[in-house]
Design a binder for this molecule. Structure first.
Ligand SMILES: Cc1cc2nc3c(=O)[nH]c(=O)nc-3n(C[C@H](O)[C@H](O)[C@H](O)COP(=O)(O)OP(=O)(O)OC[C@H]3O[C@@H](n4cnc5c(N)ncnc54)[C@H](O)[C@@H]3O)c2cc1C
Ligand code: SF4
Ligand code: SF4
Ligand code: SF4
Length: 356
């Protein structure tokens, strides 16, 4: 039997945190996780403190870690707690590179830099895809339907953002029924998670199919709205949804452009109409996609692009090689703002009532 040198390993843990990250003391763990009821009573903090100053008491059966000596602020308890988010991958998932980019395609609609559309367009132009599944305007104003586009020009008009759920995965399955097998799908994290389940589950359609291939283009997403609630909110503010030309969420504001100009509200004013499903969602940047697009971190008319997989990298490089996107690496300050908003989204569900 090999006896572990626990002291030596905890010293290495301490050294790694010191060299690589910001370190947080027990007080922060207590304030954010223990006192809020987010703690899952696992004992990781208690058992990894190198100076053994965390002790758990049992109060009415509840395991409560407490400081019982002098904390040396080594950061281990906070970093190792399964409920804290300290590494970039906890917040934005795995990635290869992060850029800001802009489409050079003429015409059509775009929300930010038009990159989501440009990526799809480049794939269709090069014959890499049979079709792309995107959201587009249906018969009811601002209520999206899915669209199956088979030509580069066919996707141009589907640019822009609908701030309501859109059933693009249904569109993906319809594209298969229509005989397409190499697809790109653009969608929010919840859409892309549906596809990822179909890929990863032993009984999932995409796992069982040998021939289907999907490029998953994710969109950053803080929340979407209940359609009826959004319509009513606009009406209460004197705007008919039929008259809206553009909606945008950026910089904590919701901005609507209509025939009477631009009107904006702090995003918090719309909390009551957020889709209920979104309060369970903690993924801002669509971690399960091949490549994600959003506006946080980039200035107006540019898209922040997170390249995550080899498939996503190939798609980005193809669009760049066709000259339909220009790009540069996103600087650290901008990446930090993506991390900050990701943390805000991921921890907002901590505010839910503790279940016990
Ligand atoms: C509900 C929602 C909330 C968002 N919230 C944020 C946010 O808080 N912060 C942030 O940085 N970015 C957010 N985004 C992403 C942002 O609005 C842009 O989609 C992203 O920056 C890409 O811009 P683009 O100009 O490159 O895309 P474009 O080239 O304009 O293409 C946009 C693509 O999104 C598709 N699309 C539009 N609406 C939907 C929908 N409801 N469901 C699925 N696909 C859709 C379109 O079909 C098109 O393919 C959100 C997107 C959605 C859909
Ligand atoms: S010494 Fe380190 S592990 Fe122990 S309580 Fe302080 S920060 Fe946490
Ligand atoms: S590591 Fe986190 S979740 Fe586990 S007992 Fe400590 S505070 Fe609670
Ligand atoms: S917040 Fe989550 S659940 Fe809601 S639309 Fe965005 S990705 Fe989907």
């Amino acid at each position: 039997m090999m006896v572990l040198n626990i002291e030596e390993i905890l010293t290495a843990s301490k050294d790694w945190l010191k060299a690589n990250t910001k370190r947080y003391a027990f007080k922060k763990l207590e304030r954010e996780i223990i006192k809020t009821g987010v703690c899952v009573e696992c004992g990781t903090c208690v058992s990894n403190c190198p100076v053994t100053v965390i002790t758990a008491t049992r109060t009415d059966g509840k395991y409560v870690p407490e400081l019982t000596g002098k904390c040396i602020s080594c950061g281990i308890c906070y970093a190792m707690c399964p409920r804290t988010l300290t590494l970039p991958e906890h917040l934005i998932g795995e990635y290869i590179s992060i850029y800001k980019a802009q489409s050079k395609l003429e015409g059509g609609k775009r929300q930010d830099g038009g990159v989501a559309t440009a990526l799809v367009s480049a794939q269709l132009k090069a014959g890499e895809l049979d079709a792309a599944v995107v959201a587009k305007q249906g018969e009811v104003s601002w209520l999206p339907v899915f669209s199956i586009a088979t030509s580069p020009d066919g996707v141009l008009d589907s640019g822009g953002t609908f701030y309501t759920h859109s059933p693009v995965v249904e569109g993906m399955m319809q594209a298969f029924e229509e005989g397409h097998s190499k697809l790109a799908v653009v969608g929010t994290a919840c859409n892309i998670d549906g596809i990822t389940r179909l890929q990863g589950h032993p009984a999932g359609f995409l796992n069982l199919s040998k021939d289907a291939s999907i490029l998953k283009i994710g969109l950053f997403c803080m929340e979407s709205f209940d359609y009826a609630g959004l319509k009513e909110f606009l009406e209460q503010n004197g705007i008919k949804i039929d008259d809206v030309q553009r909606m945008a969420i950026a910089g904590g504001k919701f901005t609507v452009t209509s025939s009477s100009g631009e009107t904006e509200w702090p995003i918090a004013d719309l909390n009551h109409i957020a889709a209920r499903s979104c309060s369970y969602c903690h993924d801002l940047t669509c971690k399960n996609s091949d490549i994600s697009c959003g506006n946080i971190g980039s200035e107006e008319r540019w898209t922040t692009v997170i390249v995550r997989t080899e498939l996503g990298k190939k798609a980005f490089e193809l669009a760049a090689s066709q000259g339909i996107i220009e790009y540069e690496e996103l600087d650290n300050k901008a990446i930090q703002s993506v991390l900050n908003v990701s943390r805000m989204k991921a921890t907002r569900y901590y505010k839910m009532e503790p279940a016990h």
